[in-house]
Design a protein around this ligand. Structure first.
Ligand code: MTE
Length: 303
């Protein structure tokens, strides 16, 4: 793993603005930057799990075209409505079927492992895609320290929810807090990222500050934002989109061009910023790394 200064991977205007952004956020008392994370952002290592030959989606699209229903349902609403979301101090609890339950603050979680940049292909269930330079480390770093018991088969995640900070949520048509889940082996896969930044910055609120999950071979809604709880359990967890519409959103939700959404095809996708559609890849192109997790499973049934 090579150490690279951010000036080499990040567009110059962002790099130059970062210190100023952090100072301003601190001055404003918003706690936006999450100082424990910000302090770690220089000289982030480039992960071998990072894609090499994909063109990055422009930062304005990554931070301006979002799904975060707690802050509104239109794509530009989260960037407008989440500006003052208070993400520092923050607590992340890991509990359930573990020998060592823990409660972390941002400082203690940042001590678990060095941050890496991971450029991942992302595929939304709405048939658009992006390529995003995320920052974080493998979620397994957190889970293994909690020492899962033999009963732990699944991991349930929960987002922060505060109707006072998220008044738009009541028009979202979803039950909150937002919840998601993975099988334990999926959550322990090295590609599964506990994400704290993108494009050389701490995560903007609209992208799920201060900590969110990124699972690049699954549809975007599995990538739960602003998480406060990780619970290991024996039973398969409920998920927000399945609670809202059980027929349309399966637990696995692996990207699969051969299984259409009941209301539209998943065979092709539009890469944000491009005109022509491209073919969607099985497991979003990560099959070499993850297909073995599903050996023997009928992925048409387990969609
Ligand atoms: N997490 C929470 N808490 N609330 C949400 O509405 N939307 C999901 C996912 N995580 C969502 C969420 C969906 S549908 C997508 S496509 C991704 O976040 C979008 O992540 P991005 O805005 O960083 O691209």
């Amino acid at each position: 793993m090579s150490k690279i200064p951010y000036s080499q991977v990040t567009p110059q205007h962002i790099y130059a603005n970062r210190r100023k952004f952090i100072q301003n956020a601190a001055l404003a008392g918003l706690g936006l930057a999450g100082s424990a994370i910000a302090a770690k952002l220089d000289n982030v290592a480039k992960s071998p799990l990072s894609l090499k030959d994909e063109k990055l989606t422009p930062v304005d699209a990554v931070t301006g075209y979002n799904n975060f229903y707690e802050f509104g349902t239109s794509k530009d609403a989260p960037a407008r409505n989440a500006t003052n979301f208070k993400t520092n101090p923050w607590k992340l609890v890991i509990e359930g079927e573990v020998a060592k339950p823990k409660t972390y603050d941002l400082d203690s979680i940042m001590k678990l492992a060095p941050l890496e940049e991971r450029i991942y292909r992302m595929r939304c269930v709405e048939a658009w895609s992006m390529v995003i330079p995320w920052i974080g480390f493998s979620l397994s770093e957190v889970i293994k320290r909690a020492e899962p018991t033999a009963k732990a088969k699944f991991v349930a995640f929960e987002s922060y929810y505060d109707p006072r900070q998220m008044p738009q949520a009541r028009y979202g048509g979803l039950p909150f807090p937002y919840i998601e889940g993975l099988r334990l082996d999926e959550a322990m896969h090295p590609l599964t990222l506990l994400c704290s930044g993108l494009y050389g910055e701490t995560l903007p609120p609209q992208n799920g500050a201060p900590l969110r999950i990124v699972v690049p071979w699954k549809y975007g809604f599995k990538n739960i934002k602003s998480i406060v709880k990780i619970k290991l359990q024996e039973k398969q967890p409920n998920t927000t989109w399945a609670l809202a519409n059980n027929n349309e959103y399966g637990f696995y939700s692996n990207v699969n061009p051969g299984v259409d959404h009941p209301r539209w095809s998943q065979a092709k996708e539009r890469r944000i910023g491009e005109f022509f559609k491209r073919d969607t890849l099985m497991f979003n192109g990560y099959g070499d790394q993850v297909a073995k997790l599903y050996a023997g499973m009928d992925l048409k049934k387990n969609y």
